[in-house]
Design a binder for this molecule. Structure first.
Ligand code: NAD
Length: 256
């Protein structure tokens, strides 16, 4: 059980982050949810999660494109035994059409925020004598696709950061790993369907089956529950010697 542990999950008012926060709460951890908005429904989401699993749960607004806000998120949590760097955005365009501002935002949110949160969390974990860092990278942390230059660069960076943090914490009871999902049906992926349909000139069903899941040999989406369960495993004692590695949940994508 993760009772008594506090988990900070970045970008967790939706999609994979919310799924991971749910599974950590189910396992008994107190959870800190986050995104860049500060709506009643964000706080209500934390309230519902806390009641459902009888754990402490709150929502802390932080815009992770800003390094100081990423640091403040972990500081405000007060405790951070489990840090899940999940927040991420995507933009699909050829390199010559890629807006420079989008490049900067993707690098900041998908990569640099994990550096800033870890910088504050690692000393807390050392003081507590236990810690788990789980970075949500991607199959695109291990393989490339065209038109996703910023995302692929950022996710490869996350894998590199993961290995470095693992080495820096190797002699402490702290681990740092990256989970590399293939396609998971979330709002982030839903938003890519119109672009994919337009770029390849195909209908929705064809875009999903023949373009998106063409990379995923299982031809099935991974689920947010599966990613949550993998995160809970990485927080278990069974995974105490699993550090500095990538765990693919991609239906065979990276086996090719
Ligand atoms: P999503 O859009 O549902 O969730 C992204 C989360 O990040 C949301 O909670 C959003 O509010 C938050 N976020 C965005 N910008 C932020 C900012 N500036 N500050 C704070 N929070 C911010 O997408 P998702 O599919 O659940 O993606 C979660 C992570 O998983 C991302 O890092 C993504 O790259 C990765 N991933 C997703 C897939 C997939 O198929 N869905 C595959 C591989 C990796």
């Amino acid at each position: 059980s993760l009772a008594g542990k506090t988990a900070v999950v970045t970008g967790s008012n939706s999609g994979i982050g919310l799924g991971i926060a749910r599974e950590l709460a189910r396992a008994g951890a107190d959870v800190v949810l986050n995104s860049f908005t500060d709506r009643d429904e964000d706080h209500a989401l934390a309230g519902e999660l806390g009641r459902e699993f009888s754990v402490g749960a709150r929502y802390v607004k932080a815009d992770l494109s800003q390094g100081d806000e990423a640091r403040a998120l972990v500081a405000q949590a007060g405790r951070c035994d489990i840090l899940v760097n999940n927040a991420g955005i995507q933009h699909v365009a050829s390199v010559e059409d890629f807006p420079a501002g989008k490049w900067d935002a993707i690098l900041a949110i998908n990569l640099s925020s994990a550096f800033h949160t870890a910088a504050v969390a690692v000393p807390m974990m050392r003081a507590a004598g236990w810690g788990r860092i789980v970075n949500i990278a991607s199959a695109h942390g291990l393989r490339a696709s065209p038109y996703k230059s910023a995302y692929v660069a950022a996710k490869h960076g996350v894998v590199g950061l993961t290995k470095t943090l693992a080495l820096e914490t190797a002699e402490a009871p702290i681990t740092c790993n990256a989970i590399c999902p293939g396609y998971v049906m979330t709002p982030l992926v839903e938003a890519q369907i119109p672009d994919t349909m337009a770029r390849y000139g195909v209908d929705r069903e064809t875009a999903i089956r023949d373009v998106m899941l063409e990379r995923q040999p299982s031809r099935e989406f991974a689920t947010v529950e599966q990613l949550g369960a993998m995160t809970v495993f990485l927080c278990s004692e069974a995974a105490a010697q699993v550090t500095g590695t990538t765990l693919s949940v991609d239906g065979g994508w990276t086996a090719r």
